[in-house]
Design a protein around this ligand. Sequence first.
Ligand SMILES: Cc1cc2nc3c(=O)[nH]c(=O)nc-3n(C[C@H](O)[C@H](O)[C@H](O)COP(=O)(O)O)c2cc1C
Ligand SMILES: Nc1ccn([C@@H]2O[C@H](COP(=O)(O)OP(=O)(O)O)[C@@H](O)[C@H]2O)c(=O)n1
Length: 255
Amino acid sequence: MMVRDHSHFNYYHFLVMIHLLSNGGKDSYLEITSTQISSLINRSQQTASKILIDLEKEDLIERVKNKKKFGMKLTESGFEILQNIYDLLKISMEESRIKPVLFKGKIVTGMGEGAYYMSLEGYKKQFQNKLGYEPFPGTLNVKIEDKNYMNSRKDLINYPSIYIDGFKNSDRTFGWVRCYPATITQEPKLPREMIESQQPDILNDVHVLLLERTHHNNNLIEVIGPLNLKESSNLKNGDSVVIRIKESVRNTQRS
Ligand SMILES: Cc1cc2nc3c(=O)[nH]c(=O)nc-3n(C[C@H](O)[C@H](O)[C@H](O)COP(=O)(O)O)c2cc1C
Ligand SMILES: Nc1ccn([C@@H]2O[C@H](COP(=O)(O)OP(=O)(O)O)[C@@H](O)[C@H]2O)c(=O)n1
């Protein structure tokens, strides 16, 4: 992006440049009067003239006088500015459509059942094949207290996930499991400067689970990973954490 200071520019300056661009004024001189510009921007003719003078001074448009009329076109820098704005807007628009999914909550203990389910062969084999690692037998439980995050948890079902099929053994049926690649960060308790030297561990490769059958409701999130997450980081019960669902998979995988 050009580093020139255009802070005195306003919406109308850009409108005039965009008008030139869309009418062929990138490569050819267009015959436009300040009266026409004035009706384009719905401002006085004086304002229109001032805008044209500003744009010319800043080398964003070029004007040549032909008898009583001006021919004008965008300069290279004028076109470059519009191109930069277009690129930025395009990226911003695309990113604005992706709703970040994150949860805040506290680490809590459960009933010790996670280990049982995670150790079942029917799940273990699929985790290994589909996640690429054999998870630690257990789930890290994160309790959500804020209602907004509970709603986001419900919405997870609409996002792409890695799907683990349910199965049956001789006496019961086990439900499907959806896995969402995620990261966990410890929420800082102290001001940023004070914790700079002891930055919390960031657990980058974990999965949030959505279970077909569970005792828990929307206020509890279960997280799995290749290791015991408490032991491999400085996380413990009662710590506040932020869980973020990774975008890469949200964009690429659907099931
Ligand atoms: C991979 C996996 C599969 C599960 N499948 C079932 C199931 O089929 N039926 C069921 O009642 N609970 C199932 N559960 C959920 C458990 O009932 C329980 O909600 C969860 O593991 C939390 O246990 P905890 O509170 O002891 O940590 C499953 C849990 C996991 C981790
Ligand atoms: N990847 C994992 C899974 C479980 N855990 C912890 O390991 C212990 C056993 O997990 P579990 O699911 O059987 O037990 P609870 O979460 O029900 O207490 C708990 O303290 C979990 O918080 C962990 O730190 N990292």
